[in-house]
Design a binder for this molecule. Structure first.
Ligand SMILES: [Mg+2]
Length: 212
C-alpha cells in the first residue's frame, strides 16, 4: 500500500537512527510555489481569488467563474511541467536546511505528482540541496509514521498544509509538527482548528524552534 504512495519506494531508505529526523515538505516550504503559480495563472488568463486556503474553488477564469476541480488538476500539471525546474526557493530555506542537517537527518517529502519526480530532483540538485527526496501521493500521515518507526530520536514534520499536519498527528500524535506558512496572503486565510505544535512564517523561526 505504502509503496504505491511514494516514489521511490521509501521502505528502501536507510536512515541514521541515532539522529533526530526532519520530514520537510517542498512546495511553499522549500520552493516558492504560490508566487510562481500566480504568475503562471495570469499568463493563462486565470486568476487566484485568495478566498480560502485551497486551490479548488479559487482559480477564476476571465469571467470570474471558478474553474472545475478537474481543470484545476490539469492546470496544476501544466504548471509543474513548465515551472518545476525554475521555481525559486523560499527565503532562508537552503541555508536553514544546511544548518539543521548538522543535528538532524532530513528527508524531503513532496506531494508533487510522481511524474515530475525527476524534474524536482534536478531542481533540488541545481540548488545543491541533496537530502533524500520522495514524492508522495495523498495524506502524508502514513508515510511519516512509517519513517517515525525507524528512528529512536525525535521526529519533526514541517508542512504548509493544515490537512497534512492533521494527517500526521492522526497517525502519531508524538510527531512534532510545524505549520510553516511563508506567504502572507496565505497566512491570512488560515482558519483551521489548531492541530500543529508550532506555527511559523520564517525559516529563521524554524531554526530557532528546532535548535532549542
Ligand atoms: Mg506544500
Amino acid at each position: 500500500m505504502l509503496r504505491k504512495n511514494t516514489h521511490p519506494d521509501i521502505k528502501k531508505l536507510v536512515i541514521n537512527n541515532n539522529k533526530p529526523l526532519i520530514v520537510c515538505d517542498a512546495d511553499e516550504v522549500i520552493f516558492d510555489f504560490m508566487s510562481t503559480f500566480e504568475i503562471f495563472l495570469k499568463s493563462n488568463n486565470l486568476y487566484f481569488n485568495w478566498k480560502s486556503y485551497a486551490l479548488n474553488g479559487n482559480i477564476l477564469n476571465k469571467n470570474k467563474i471558478a474553474i472545475k476541480d478537474k481543470e484545476v488538476k490539469n492546470i496544476l500539471k501544466a504548471f509543474f511541467s513548465e515551472k518545476t525546474l525554475s521555481m525559486p526557493l523560499i527565503f532562508g530555506a537552503k541555508k536553514s536546511l544546511e544548518k539543521l542537517s548538522k543535528k538532524y537527518s532530513i528527508i524531503i517529502l513532496s506531494n508533487i505528482p510522481h511524474e515530475f519526480y525527476n524534474a524536482r530532483k534536478q531542481a533540488l540538485n541545481s540548488h545543491n540541496i541533496k537530502f533524500p527526496f520522495f514524492s508522495n501521493k495523498g495524506p502524508k500521515g502514513k508515510t511519516v509514521e512509517f519513517l517515525a518507526n525507524g528512528i529512536t530520536k525525535n521526529i519533526w514534520f514541517i508542512d504548509d498544509s493544515p490537512h497534512q499536519i492533521k494527517s500526521v498527528k492522526n497517525y502519531n500524535e508524538n510527531i512534532n509538527t510545524i505549520l510553516f506558512v511563508n506567504n502572507l496572503k496565505l497566512k491570512r486565510l488560515i482558519n483551521h482548528r489548531i492541530c500543529w505544535d508550532f506555527f511559523s512564517s520564517k525559516w529563521q523561526t524554524n531554526v530557532n524552534i528546532l535548535l532549542n
